[in-house]
Design a protein around this ligand. Structure first.
Ligand SMILES: Cc1ncc(COP(=O)(O)O)c(C=O)c1O
Length: 370
């Protein structure tokens, strides 16, 4: 809804449309009747309930990892992971310079030394690692970059690691979206390695709430001693029950993921034809970021799209191509009519743009594809 009007939204992170799935909503409702609104205490005291543990086991099976630890959200998942890794003797974090801000916060909170490497650049990572030897390091990256949907070069980053290092992949935007059955960025990259720790929010592709740290039994045991886990109240058991239902839907309805991928390809191709998408039209992630001239032009475009019935949010969020930019996201329940209607409306709006703006966008497209 926008100003009391129904519009088609191309915003947010509900990629698989699981946040509104009837079976998921029903499972939460049932859970509320059974468990109430909150478990009211840390899981390590009296706040643990069966749905929390069942969810951890279900996610470990799905992700094909030894253990999953459930924490209240994705931000705390990064903190719990870093606190756990610090306990296991890692001393430093090297973070992709465009990584989510929670990665830096997490490393600092855990008392790790913090360095960065150039965005998605394994050679820069190698140099940064060399400077820190003989220390053991956790390399941290988004699996899919929040702002513009770029997938991280996970296999190449892994190559740079020493035997006792770790690669932490924050897969908030890859879980449910990339890889076979939506298992995420790591299987999408075709790697499986005990040095990888995956963190994620469950509030995006999975559509519910909570966060996870996934990895080997040893690493997750260390994370279980983290204050970000011990000293926090978990998601409501009802929400854990809903999240289990979301996972069941994801597994039982592979057509949902196929549809997301089809929709993604069609919207990306459409934006490319409109010469709007400067970079990343080859990425298969449902996020597209772009700018269109100056801020006033973008604000006008956002309003015109809204008037035509389509919400494409102009946002300010770290890591995008400019301070303010459009972050368009596709979901599995966008229909052909909605996608075609949006692309038609966008074409009509762009047709009235001054040529200087469209010429500049074309140049950006050319640069982005170079
Ligand atoms: C890459 C990334 N990491 C971590 C978070 C934090 O997750 P949560 O909102 O569940 O705390 C977000 C978004 O909110 C994110 O995009």
């Amino acid at each position: 809804m926008a100003d009391g009007r129904r519009v088609v939204s191309f915003g947010g992170c509900n990629y698989l449309a699981l946040a509104n799935h009837p079976a998921v909503v029903r499972a939460v409702r049932d859970g509320l009747d059974r468990f109430g609104l909150s478990s009211t205490a840390s899981r390590e005291t009296t706040g643990n309930a069966a749905p929390h543990e069942l969810l951890e086991h279900g996610l470990a099976d799905f992700l094909r990892v030894e253990r999953v630890l459930l924490v209240p959200d994705g931000y705390l998942a990064n903190i719990a992971a870093c606190q756990g890794l610090a306990r296991s003797g890692l001393s430093c974090a090297i973070i992709d310079e465009r990584g989510h801000p929670s990665l830096v916060d997490a490393a600092r909170t855990a008392g790790l030394g913090v360095g960065t490497f150039a965005h998605a650049d394994p050679r820069s990572l190698v140099r940064a690692l060399d400077a820190l030897r003989p220390g053991r390091v956790v390399v941290m990256t988004d699996g899919v970059f929040t702002a513009d949907g770029e997938p991280a070069p996970i296999a190449d980053l892994l190559e740079a690691l020493g035997p006792a290092d770790r690669l932490l992949v924050d897969d908030c935007h890859g879980l449910g979206v990339l890889g076979p059955a939506g298992r995420g960025s790591v299987p999408h990259a075709g790697v499986h390695d005990p040095r990888i720790v995956v963190t994620s929010s469950l509030a995006k592709g999975i559509g519910c709430a909570g966060g996870i740290v996934a990895g080997t039994e040893t690493d997750i045991d260390h994370c279980r001693a983290a204050s970000a886990y011990i000293c926090t109240t978990p998601i409501a058991p009802a929400m854990a029950q809903g999240t289990r239902a979301a996972l069941r839907v994801l597994i039982a309805e592979p057509a949902r993921l196929d549809r997301l991928r089809d929709n993604t390809a069609r919207v990306r191709a459409g934006l490319h034809n409109l010469t709007v998408l400067a970079k990343g039209n080859l990425w298969n992630t449902p996020i597209a970021a772009f700018t269109l001239g100056d801020l006033a032009t973008m604000e006008r475009t956002e309003k015109e799209l809204l008037d035509a019935g389509y919400r494409v949010p102009l946002i300010r969020y770290p890591g995008g191509p400019a301070e303010a930019y459009f972050r368009l996201s596709v979901n599995a329940e966008h229909t052909d009519t909605q996608i075609n209607g949006f692309l038609r409306a966008f074409r009509a709006i762009l047709a009235h743009r001054p040529t200087t703006v469209t010429a500049r966008v074309r140049q950006e497209v050319a640069d982005g594809l170079a």
